[in-house]
Write a protein that binds this ligand. Structure first.
Ligand code: SF4
Length: 555
């Protein structure tokens, strides 16, 4: 008898009705036909290209004031011009996640000025300082992406600020937003004795050709670039990085890395194994940005960075798509670059290849002021230089100093709070914006960082090892939590009286810019390794003393 004719028992479970197989939801990739926005951010970008908001700021908002600003522009498109609303004073970290955006923000802006390659002339430095004093309540932070960041900016002042910046060749275009952000470069490009090929022409061409170009202004998320001959930028933490390498047959050029990024799913960039000559860097850069624009994931913001696509595809497929669909030719295989034992920060006095010196000096956690930058401009000019560079470690350099004027410059810098012979603590400590201004922050960072450096300088002045301490106000890792000797991720922790207080999750033993097998890679996040913010100086001091007591010869 056929099974199908067997009568069903009345109490037998009935099979659920057959469903059509579920179609995979897709990741919102344009190249496979997902052109309809899958989230509000994508909708905002599709409704109107964010670069168009500049005209509305100049023609409408700057005249009618903060209250006139469309919320889609305010919290979305403004970022493409370097503008974020800043955190309202007095809102603690416990309320960051529960308040509505308009409750968290005040009527002032954070404004980021992109300084591609970190290069500033004396004239530009003076304009940056003047804007700080006139429009930003004397604020000016050096960020770990070689930008200048102001606070307390009013929308009414933006047309005049742009006029002054652009008159000296600076811009805020695409300083934030889902677009190509500032290009990191070696702070000693063009002057370093051990640099073989100066990549500055490639940086200049990329900025000139593509920044502000609407074909590249709607990317799935931000896109970070580093181009340097020397290993003096955190290149592995970028979406794309070109690092100097000598090809045995073709000479000096660049090794290409893609898919790095930190934040909550940190990944280090991977080598594609290709050698790119200087003249081809801009085209190859545009090809990689094109892949990101067309194939990048746009469904979830949390998966929209290039690193997720690279992780899913693998480097072989990524290279093949780049060559076939975007460049129309094969790239040359290339050797891996030599990596140093330790990252290079250029602090101190160093000889340039022309016999003059450059001097690297440290503010504390990147915090400077307009007044200090104006003093710096005077000091630099008085010592015969007209070039300053910002570093991706929140420090600055003065170039082209005659040997006989170098000691005088070091003394003059010290006199304005910039130390060319800093303690290990001051040299290695960075802090993100934190709760003072950042709407996403959970804890204070800049003031904590300054307090930490002061305490350690007092208690362990002669600490003689390189150490990096990165304070971050939330999991977003803007100050690179995972790649410091001591990485600190801001969060609420339980204090001594059982109540929640500001504190940090500790990551230990990370590092970048070094040969694999040294300490390059992510620090370990040890379960339960947390400290309250108040206990942080004591915690780091104990850690340092334990290290000094237990280190081996040469460590
Ligand atoms: Fe703001 Fe968090 Fe970034 Fe710090 S790490 S600047 S708190 S988003």
């Amino acid at each position: 008898m056929a099974l199908s004719s067997t009568p069903a028992r009345p109490d037998a479970p009935t099979a659920p009705p057959a469903r059509a197989p579920r179609r995979p939801r897709g990741e919102g990739q344009w190249a496979v036909g997902h052109r309809e926005p899958l989230n509000p951010n994508e909708r905002m970008k599709k409704d109107d290209n964010p670069l168009n908001v500049r005209a509305r700021i100049e023609n409408i908002y700057a005249h009618r004031g903060f209250a006139s600003i469309d919320p889609q522009d305010l919290r979305g498109r403004f970022r493409w011009w370097g503008l974020y609303t800043q955190r309202r004073e007095g809102i603690d970290g416990g309320r960051t996640a529960v308040l509505e955006p308009h409750e968290l923000e005040d009527e002032f802006f954070m404004l980021r000025v992109r300084v591609d390659g970190g290069e500033l002339t004396l004239e530009q430095l003076r304009v940056v300082a003047d804007i700080s004093r006139e429009f930003a309540r004397d604020t000016a932070d050096i960020t770990d992406r070689q930008n200048i960041q102001y606070h307390w900016i009013r929308i009414e002042d933006m047309p005049e600020i742009w006029r002054r910046l652009e008159a000296v060749g600076l811009q805020t275009t695409e300083a934030c937003g889902d677009c190509p952000r500032v290009v990191l470069g070696s702070p000693v490009a063009g002057v370093a004795r051990d640099e073989v090929l100066d990549p500055t022409p490639a940086i200049d061409e990329i900025v000139q050709r593509y920044v502000g170009d609407k074909s590249y202004s709607n990317l799935p998320r931000k896109f970070k670039t580093s181009i340097s001959w020397l290993v003096d930028t955190p290149y592995e933490a970028n979406d794309i990085a070109f690092l100097g390498v000598d090809h045995p047959d073709h000479g000096p050029g660049f090794d290409l890395w893609v898919g790095g990024g930190l934040s909550t799913n940190p990944m280090l960039a991977k080598r594609l194994g290709v050698w790119v000559p200087l003249a081809e860097v801009p085209d190859v850069w545009a090809g990689v940005v094109g892949i990101f624009r067309d194939y990048g994931y746009r469904r979830l913001r949390s998966r929209a960075r290039l690193k997720f696509l690279v992780a899913d595809w693998g480097v072989e497929r990524f290279r093949e798509v780049l060559e076939k669909e975007y460049l129309g030719r094969a790239l040359l295989d290339g050797p891996a670059p030599e990596l140093p034992d330790r990252p290079i920060d250029h602090i101190g006095v160093h000889q340039q290849r022309d016999g003059r010196n450059f001097v690297g000096a440290a503010p504390v956690v990147g915090r400077v002021s307009g007044a200090q930058l104006a003093q710096l401009a005077d000091v630099v000019e008085a010592h015969g230089s007209d070039r300053v560079r910002l570093t991706p470690y929140q420090k600055l350099l003065v170039l082209d100093v005659a040997p006989e004027r170098t000691d005088s410059l070091v003394t003059a810098l010290r006199g304005i709070g910039l130390e060319a012979r800093p303690s290990a603590w001051r040299r290695g400590t960075m802090a993100c914006t934190g709760i003072e201004y950042c709407k996403l922050a959970i804890v204070e960072t800049k003031a904590r960082g300054e307090e930490l450096v002061a305490r350690l300088e007092e208690r362990l002045r002669d600490f003689d090892a390189d150490i990096s301490i990165h304070l971050n106000g939330c999991p977003n890792a803007c100050a690179r939590t995972q790649v410091a000797d001591i990485g600190l991720k801001g969060q609420l922790v339980v204090g001594p009286d059982g109540r929640q207080v500001e504190g940090f999750q500790v990551h230990l033993g990370g590092g970048l810019g070094m040969a694999q097998g040294q300490t390059a890679g992510f620090g370990r996040k040890l379960r339960g390794l947390k400290t309250t913010a108040d206990e942080l100086p004591g915690y780091v001091e104990r850690l340092a003393r334990r290290y000094l007591a237990g280190r081996t010869t040469g460590e």
